[in-house]
Write a protein that binds this ligand. Structure first.
Ligand SMILES: Nc1ncnc2c1ncn2[C@@H]1O[C@H](COP(=O)(O)OP(=O)(O)OP(=O)(O)O)[C@@H](O)[C@H]1O
Length: 362
């Protein structure tokens, strides 16, 4: 149920390449600037329609070319599903799923659950709640099939409400009250989906992953729904403030899902190496849970795995990865730096060497 074939055209420094990855572990090796991250970025683009390293889509298109294209084949039970995505210089995205044009990136994301870990992924702990909400909602999106519709509808209502708070038409209070009925109903549904997912996430983490390292002893998750008490009362009491601010200050769009260790925030107390371990543990929990609940193998992209890790931490990452059921794509400059990982993983391994945007299979 993995990605069985990948091809890229005019993506970053890659003119054209195609390869058939292993269902387990793929090592993407090459010198600085060879194109390793670009390859991982292309797989992410195939699932998400955007890059994990820039908002400027034009950066993904090879210099002087009109568009970048990525194709893949995803095995789902005994079906091989061809999927493809392209983006041109004007920002137009074209999607194809099983030979049919599609307009919904969410359909691609459903077929291909992808998560990424880069040296910048610490943002999950140091950044604002947005990154953590994104992490949480990715899991909810995959395991709760109705969540996406509810979430989309909520965002439409939020947009309407915020427009009224900003523009303040004469009857805006009545209009806001009209939208609040839907706002409350959708918010409560989102909250129920998120809470149900978190309970399964915690169950999996503490059962299967937490025991792998003592670094996780005393870990707790904290969920903040984005409001406290009855939402109707909160909206009412915040209305004057929201009118001044010009946006809705309480609701599920302000939720947070964070992590404490012995009651302290993890980012304040854990070292960078320990945070990195936690990051792996959380992402692996999420991917394994998606697989367990949906029967779809997810993908974990890891850019520059050995960077900043002592040999002890690297071994612990290897133990975590040994418990990861995802199809893995790991980039590094040399295979030697990954020896502790490769030795521990009893997985089917393929190694790919990238040189100047070209791929050489060993
Ligand atoms: N749009 C583009 N068109 C052509 N080349 C590009 C484009 N964007 C980036 N590049 C080049 O692609 C090359 C590959 O970059 P990439 O970040 O994938 O390398 P890498 O192998 O991950 O390197 P590192 O180990 O340093 O992280 C770089 O030389 C970069 O300058």
């Amino acid at each position: 149920m993995s990605l069985t074939h990948i091809s890229l055209n005019d993506f970053r420094n890659i003119k054209a390449l195609s390869f058939s990855p292993s269902k387990d572990l793929n090592l993407i090796l090459g010198q600085n600037g060879s194109g390793k991250t670009s390859l991982l970025e292309a797989i992410y683009f195939l699932s998400n329609g955007r890059s994990f390293r820039t908002n400027k889509y034009k950066m993904m298109i090879r210099s002087d070319q009109d568009k970048c294209v990525v194709h893949g084949k995803k095995q789902l039970h005994n079906l091989s599903i061809p999927i493809g995505i392209s983006k041109n210089q004007s920002g137009e995205t074209q999607l194809r799923i099983q030979g049919q044009a599609s307009r919904k990136i969410a359909e691609l994301a459903q077929i291909l659950p992808v998560q990424v870990i880069t040296p910048e992924s610490y943002e999950l702990f140091f950044g604002g709640p947005k990154e953590r909400r994104k992490f949480l909602d990715l899991g909810v999106f995959h395991v709760e099939h109705l969540f996406y519709e509810v979430w989309k509808n909520f965002n439409k209502v939020l947009k309407q409400r915020n427009a009224l708070l900003r523009t303040k038409p004469t009857n805006c209070v009545e209009q806001i009250k009209f939208w609040d009925k839907q706002f409350i109903d959708l918010s409560e549904q989102i909250n129920i989906y998120r809470k149900a997912y978190i309970s399964r996430f915690e169950g999996y983490f503490f059962d299967k992953i937490g025991g792998i390292s003592s670094v996780f002893d005393g870990l707790e998750t904290r969920y903040d729904a984005g409001w406290k008490g009855e939402l109707s009362e909160v909206l009412q009491s915040q209305l004057e403030r929201d009118l001044k601010l010009g946006y809705t200050s309480r609701g599920p769009h302000k939720a947070d899902f964070n992590f404490k260790i012995h009651g302290h925030s993890v980012e304040g107390i854990m070292s960078r190496g320990q945070l990195k371990l936690l990051l792996y543990a959380l992402k692996i929990t999420q991917n394994n849970l998606i697989e367990q609940e949906t029967d779809k193998q997810s993908i974990l992209l890891i850019d520059d795995l050995p960077s900043e890790l002592s040999s002890e931490t690297l071994e612990c990452v290897a133990r975590l990865l040994a418990n990861c059921n995802s199809q893995l794509f790991i980039s590094a400059i040399s295979s030697e730096s990954l020896t502790p990982v490769v030795e521990l993983l009893e997985k089917d391994i393929e190694m790919f060497h990238v040189e100047h945007g070209r791929l050489i299979t060993n």
